[in-house]
Design a binder for this molecule. Structure first.
Ligand code: 6GU
Length: 246
């Protein structure tokens, strides 16, 4: 996969792209990631990238020329998904990450404080994404979130240790509680079943805890999930138990 990130603040990406899994993914050639400062494509001597909104009002608006010219400088940009990061975008989910991982080329547009001239949205962009219902100072942090969550899904990026398969949201449920040594810490013991060596019982316990946690924290995910008859019975049991606790 090939990723380009258009931003006025390329330095914001240095730490994240040079650390941990994203660094390794680039070293393994699973992905190439380049930042482009679209100020370099500004057309006047002051390198202006924004201007006052037509019709008046507060704030500045990102001009179309620097962003169009920066995108058009990228080889084969016509075949890329061109993704604008804004709070008005469609909500980003694991499902969208699974969709984007199949693409060969992603181009991210990050604005900072300002809005984009609507012609960028209408005539350049293929996707507009938001990472949640809160406002960031710019699209950079949001683009990093999307890049991180897509790159970890690329073949060969995660080892077995970090495997993408069993974690939250790929199963549609939240993760079950995990424990490691010591068996007892400040009187707090690890659940007996996990020490039993009884694999079927351990699997059942984990499934139950996973559903319990999801019911308590994210009932919306339970609504969306398809359960077989056995799990539906388990959900009923858990709901009854939770009612008795309260
Ligand atoms: Cl993609 N950009 C900004 N500026 N704020 C956001 C966002 C994006 N997603 C949530 N809040």
């Amino acid at each position: 996969m090939n990723i380009h990130i258009l931003t006025l603040f390329p330095e914001m990406f240095e730490g994240i792209l040079q650390s941990s899994i994203l660094k390794k993914a680039q070293e393994k050639n699973a992905v190439t990631i380049n930042t482009i400062n679209f100020r370099d494509f500004a057309t006047n001597k002051h390198k202006t990238v924004d201007d006052y909104p037509y019709g008046g009002g507060n704030g500045m608006v990102l001009k179309p020329e620097p962003i169009f010219y920066a995108v058009e400088s990228i080889p084969n940009y016509e075949k890329a998904r061109i993704i604008m990061m804004t709070p008005q975008g469609i909500p980003y989910t694991q499902k969208k990450a699974e969709e984007l991982k199949k693409e060969e080329h992603l181009i991210f547009l990050c604005g900072h404080y300002e809005g984009f001239d609507e012609r960028i949205r209408e005539h350049l962009v293929t996707d507009e994404l938001s990472i949640g219902d809160y406002v960031l100072t710019g699209g950079e942090l949001a683009a990093m979130v999307v890049v991180d969550s897509v790159v970890r899904l690329l073949p060969g990026v995660l080892g077995n240790q970090e495997s993408a398969e069993t974690d939250s949201f790929s199963s549609g449920l939240l993760e079950y509680p995990q424990y490691t040594r010591p068996e007892e810490f400040r009187t707090w013991k690890v659940p007996e079943v996990l020490l039993s060596g009884h694999h079927q019982k351990i699997e059942e316990w984990r499934k139950k805890e996973s559903i319990k946690r999801t019911l308590q924290r994210r009932p919306d995910l339970i609504q969306a999930h398809q359960f077989d008859a056995k799990d539906q019975a388990l959900i009923k049991t858990i709901k009854r138990e939770l009612n008795h606790e309260n």
